[in-house]
Design a binder for this molecule. Structure first.
Ligand code: GLC
Length: 738
């Protein structure tokens, strides 16, 4: 009996070994991904490889059914998982189980200046994408805020390459821990929406390397992003989706990117360039990337039949398809065929808490002046002092997760400011819509009849007369020519007659707390008359709760601006020149402000911003002690430790963002007056002092020399600016690089 048992065991063992031997390497989770890629590639036909390289539907690319390699499913967007879209149409699929959590738009995340917020954000949105069975999340966006008119700035992380570089990395890492690929976009120079499909951007190599590439570089090198989305526009005459300099030379050669380049939808325009210039997956072609479809099949794509024919007749080297297919297989093994990945979760209380926490940390208190010297400032609101609080403005009740373009969301929950303030202050709240903006639409603007405008305005002004306090909730919205994809804003001022409404209310009631919901700076002609202003961004599902918590003082505001608010449009660098600078001549555009983007422009040209980059107030106050330097000179291998004691001199706990800028006055090339190189956000109890530490190395001193085509630091004197914004500077200290 025993012999038989041992014999049976041996047979079973043999059988399993033979089975193991038969299990292909590419299916074996225990094998390194590169071996699996190589094995899968060796089993595929040319046709199967080419099919990987282009869409099979609006939001999916093919797998290899014969080998059991699944297709890749992609979904927008950067601040929430978009509803299911139909197979071959932009229309929604009409599912009833795809209402998601709307997280704050990324300007709000950037305004937290807190990488921990980026980490919890990436984890939560990655869990939602995983739960919705998506393999690629089409976000985050890190295009630099060059002009306040760009319709998509709300999706990005502001004007400074260092802030965007620090804030994008944790988001990517945490999304990808869910086995979902981040797809950082739009690479590169998609800094406006007008003519985005073809505008040929011209700029200096210094501006390219110092301003517009760093956040993408950090996404690849520190973030390890598994995919990148090519931008619609051109650089040096080549579309960015198949641009040899951007993709082959910088991204894949210099940065050693091992992931996939995916087009923006409709961003491919040429088979030869797509074959040779580093594109891996073509999506959305034969559409304008947005709406119109043409009569074609997916096999007509540039990287489909035309490419396959070119491979067969030797026009294109087979090495190109093997590189593309390897990258796509690598992404499939990291995502769709990654059996270790977690299961995700969707619209959980935990996710709502993340949305609220990020919003609370990102909302910026811009102004909080005394109306009357004998009374405290209007914020935080002490409701015991008021009988009637008027909430006025369409953004108090309008859904701001709808519209905006591809980042549109179908949400399970969106608490409006009005709802939250009614919950908080009960029947003290009276309401007036104040203005009307029409339907959230992609390419059209509703004309609002004059009589409607006037009646809404008059009603609001009448109600303001009887109120003790006015909370104005306005700003922009996700309509066409507002904060919306595919078009830019046409004015820097507030739309929908808001300025007249604001002036009318102020005439009858000066006690106004203004809340601006937007992803862009706006002109503020009434700035002197409004005592308190809050920049609340687009906070998502928990918008109202986060805002109410800030206004009532439950949460002490700690956000700081990720971009400058110019007083007037021409104070902004992109608008200081001719049309060729912005918006271009519809064919070409020249970034004439060069490296002087945002505060770099304001500082160097000595044009004060209305609210500067890095500005944000608190309900408490902080003092900065003397900055202590470990040394005042260093060589290239050295470092300088800087310690700054920061004290909370108020009577409530608060968070402060200490900013370190470096200036290189004596450089052989033009450099901005100063540039952000370090920051830290600390929480301080009343009376508490913390010593904030930064380490300066030679990397903080370099600039891109476009003659030597490399980053260099010239010896000599440098200045360290310690500030609580880019203009509120507490100390300037010189040191020498030997
Ligand atoms: C859009 C956007 C891009 C989006 C894609 C898919 O045109 O530019 O950000 O991810 O198409 O919707």
């Amino acid at each position: 009996m025993k012999k038989k048992f041992i014999y049976a065991l041996a047979l079973a063992g043999l059988f399993s070994v033979s089975l193991k031997a038969q299990t292909p390497i590419y299916l074996d989770d225990n094998k390194p991904i590169e071996e699996r890629v190589k094995d899968a590639l060796s089993r595929m036909t040319l046709e199967e490889k080419v099919k990987l390289c282009h869409a099979q539907s609006k939001f999916s690319s093919a797998g290899v059914p014969r080998l059991g390699i699944p297709e890749l499913w992609m979904s927008d967007g950067p601040h929430g998982v978009r509803e299911e879209i139909q197979w071959n149409s932009w229309a929604d699929a009409g599912w009833t189980n795809d209402s998601c959590t709307a997280f704050p738009a990324l300007t709000c995340l950037a305004a937290t200046w807190n990488p921990e917020m980026s980490a919890i954000y990436g984890k939560a949105i990655g869990e939602e994408a995983r739960y919705r069975k998506k393999d690629v999340l089409l976000g985050p966006g890190v295009n630099i805020y060059r002009t306040p008119l760009n319709g998509r700035n709300f999706e990005y992380m502001g004007e400074d390459p260092y802030l965007a570089s620090i804030m994008v990395v944790p988001y990517i890492k945490e999304v990808q821990k869910n086995g979902v690929a981040a797809c950082v976009k739009h690479y590169a120079l998609n800094n406006q929406e007008l003519w985005r499909g073809h505008i040929d951007v011209e700029l200096s190599d210094r501006a390219l390397y110092e301003i517009y590439l760093p956040a993408f570089k950090a996404s690849v090198i520190e973030g390890g992003t598994w995919s990148i989305m090519g931008a619609y526009n051109k650089l040096h005459g080549e579309h960015c989706c198949h641009n040899d300099l951007l993709l082959n030379q910088i991204l894949k050669r210099d940065w050693k990117f091992d992931g996939c380049v995916i087009t923006d939808w409709g961003g491919a325009h040429d088979t030869r360039e797509a074959a040779l210039n580093g594109l891996d997956i073509e999506m959305g072609s034969y559409t304008n990337g947005l709406t119109s479809e043409s009569e074609f099949t997916y096999d007509d794509y540039y990287l489909a039949t035309p490419y396959r024919k070119g491979l067969k007749d030797g026009t294109y080297p087979l090495s190109t398809i093997d590189d593309k297919a390897s990258r796509i297989l690598r992404m499939i093994f990291r995502t769709a065929m990654n059996r270790q990945r977690p299961w995700g979760s969707f619209t959980s209380e935990e996710h709502y808490k993340v949305a609220r926490t990020v919003a609370e940390e990102g909302i910026v208190l811009l102004k909080n002046n005394l109306v009357d010297k004998k009374k405290p400032a209007l914020l935080p609101i002490d409701a015991s002092k008021y009988n009637k609080i008027l909430v006025v403005g369409e953004n108090a009740s309008r859904s701001l997760t709808q519209g905006g373009g591809s980042s549109v969301l179908k949400v399970k929950k969106e608490v409006s400011p009005l709802e939250a303030l009614q919950m908080m202050y009960g029947d003290k709240i009276i309401h007036a819509k104040g203005y009307e903006s029409g339907r959230p639409m992609y390419s059209h603007v509703d004309e609002i009849p004059t009589e409607v405008v006037e009646s809404l305005r008059n009603e609001a002004i009448e109600k303001a007369k009887e109120a003790d306090l006015v909370i104005y909730v306005g700003g922009l919205n996700k309509n066409h020519q507002q904060d919306c994809e595919a078009a830019d804003r046409i004015t820097f001022g507030l739309p929908f007659g808001q300025n007249e409404l604001i002036e009318g209310i102020l005439k009858v009631n000066p006690n106004m707390v203004m809340v601006l919901m937007s992803g862009n700076a706006v002109e503020m002609p009434w700035i002197k008359s409004v005592p308190a202003i809050v920049q609340a961004w687009y906070p998502g599902s928990e918008a109202g709760n986060a805002l109410a918590n800030i206004l009532c003082g439950k949460i002490n505001p700690s956000g700081k601006l990720p971009f400058s608010f110019p007083s007037k449009l021409t104070d902004n660098g992109a608008h200081a020149f001719d049309e060729l600078s912005y918006p271009g001549d519809s064919i070409k555009q020249i970034y004439k402000e060069d490296i002087l983007v945002g505060y770099r422009w304001h500082d160097t040209k000595k044009i004060p911003a209305l609210f500067p980059f890095g500005h944000g107030l608190s309900y408490t106050t902080f003092t900065y002690g003397k900055a202590v330097f470990s040394t005042k000179s260093m060589d290239r291998k050295g470092k300088i430790e800087v310690t700054i004691p920061v004290t909370n001199t108020g009577n409530i706990e608060g968070k402060e963002i200490i900013q370190l800028y470096i200036g290189d006055d004596k450089c052989s090339l033009l450099r901005p007056l100063k540039e952000l190189k370090h920051f830290d956000k600390v929480t301080l109890k009343p009376g508490e002092t913390q010593k904030v530490k930064f380490t300066i190395t030679v990397d903080d001193l370099t600039f891109f020399d476009d003659k030597q085509y490399e980053w260099i630091a010239e010896p000599g004197k440098f200045k360290v600016y310690i500030g609580s914004s880019s203009t509120h500077i507490h100390s300037i200290t010189e040191f020498t690089l030997l």
